[in-house]
Design a protein around this ligand. Structure first.
Ligand SMILES: C[S@@+](CC[C@H](N)C(=O)[O-])C[C@H]1O[C@@H](n2cnc3c(N)ncnc32)[C@H](O)[C@@H]1O
Length: 329
């Protein structure tokens, strides 16, 4: 496992800058840490741009902070009207504008002097971002996430090198990138997460015993996933009520808990190799995008821009068209 980690290691470019107080309003601690690291890592890279275009800007936290830190006009684009509306409310600065825009169905006018940003631009939005930026010869700073969020069953490689290597990844494989490699869970402890998974397995067993076998994940249909953290009796109550099935008896619950305990440890061990692929899949997608930009005449650097505890989706692509790009740092 360590050897796979080492093989996909990406050098770190961590350099935090303090955020202005006005830019931290309604921004959660983890997002603040991401913003401060990204602004620090890209400050000299951003100098050469005359405008920032933030793709998948969400509520515009990065757009605002980048505009202020780098003293530039900024445009934030997002598909969700509610995010755009919050972003507009929070943008007190006249240099920042937000617009509703769907990456899959609308064009966007980019200039060669733009810096196109994407912080956790999910899945296919990241692909659209690099393609549009390359057409305009604009600079790119992209931190990718959720590679499985693609409309087709497969993600086609953007780069010629990726096409030659047949780096055509199915959505199921892309989803492996989200498996956590951390000692600690992001929302809860690993122990609690494992217990909740065992509980969910117990729930599947219960449904199977009742004559309703379901695929993994399907047992939670109609029920908040956090219910699984409360143990099988609580989860079963909600799941059976949702499915309009009679409540479980204590003996039935105890029986399913016993079977889940016996099976879950084995399932965990068998699934270990899946986790080894997480970083590999992520790095493959990021390098395909980076290579596409390189093939399009860019100078490209890929760096780890913040700590995995702040967000495991932390690989940044910095790309500037050459020869201007020679002075990008
Ligand atoms: C993970 S969030 C990141 C938001 C923000 N950049 C941040 O770091 O806080 C991804 C954003 O991409 C937006 N998005 C998803 N699909 C999109 C599309 N097709 N066109 C434009 N925006 C999209 C979502 O609405 C969401 O705000």
């Amino acid at each position: 496992m360590q050897r796979v980690h080492d093989a996909v290691g990406v050098p770190s470019l961590e350099h935090h800058v303090p955020l202005e107080r006005a830019d931290t309003k309604r921004v959660k601690a983890r997002k603040r840490a991401q913003l401060s690291a990204l602004l620090g890592a890209a400050s000299s890279f951003a100098r050469h741009a005359s405008r920032i275009v933030d793709v998948g800007a969400g509520q515009g936290h990065l757009t605002r902070a980048a505009s202020r830190a780098w003293d530039k006009d900024a445009l934030g684009l997002d598909r969700e009207a509610s995010f755009v509306s919050v972003a507009k409310d929070l943008a007190l600065d006249h240099r920042v504008d937000f617009r509703r825009w769907d990456a899959f169905h609308e064009d966007v006018a980019l200039e060669a002097s733009d810096l196109v940003l994407g912080l956790h631009a999910c899945g296919e939005v990241g692909d659209v971002l690099v393609k549009r930026a390359a057409e305009a010869k604009a600079r790119v700073l992209l931190v990718s996430c959720c590679p499985q969020k693609v409309r087709a069953e497969f993600r086609e490689p953007l780069s010629r090198a990726g096409q030659n290597e047949e780096l055509r990844l199915p959505r199921l494989v892309l989803g492996l990138a989200n498996l956590s490699q951390l000692e600690q869970g992001v929302e809860s402890s690993l122990l609690d997460t494992m217990r909740s998974r065992q509980t969910r397995h117990g729930m599947r067993i219960l449904l199977q015993h009742r004559g309703f076998p379901v695929r993994a994940g399907e047992e939670m249909r109609g029920v908040n996933r956090r219910r699984a953290y409360k143990g099988l009796p609580t989860l079963a109550e909600a799941v059976l009520a949702f499915r309009q099935l009679p409540p479980a008896s204590s003996a039935e619950l105890a029986d399913c808990e016993r079977q889940a305990l016996a099976e879950y440890g084995m399932m965990r061990r068998l699934s270990l190799p899946r986790a080894m692929f997480a970083r590999l899949v992520e790095v493959a997608v990021v390098l395909d995008r980076a290579t596409f930009l390189q093939e399009s005449g860019y100078l490209v650097e890929v760096s780890t821009v913040f700590d995995a505890t702040v967000s495991p989706r932390n690989l940044g692509i910095f790309a500037a068209p050459s020869p201007v790009g020679k002075a990008w740092r």
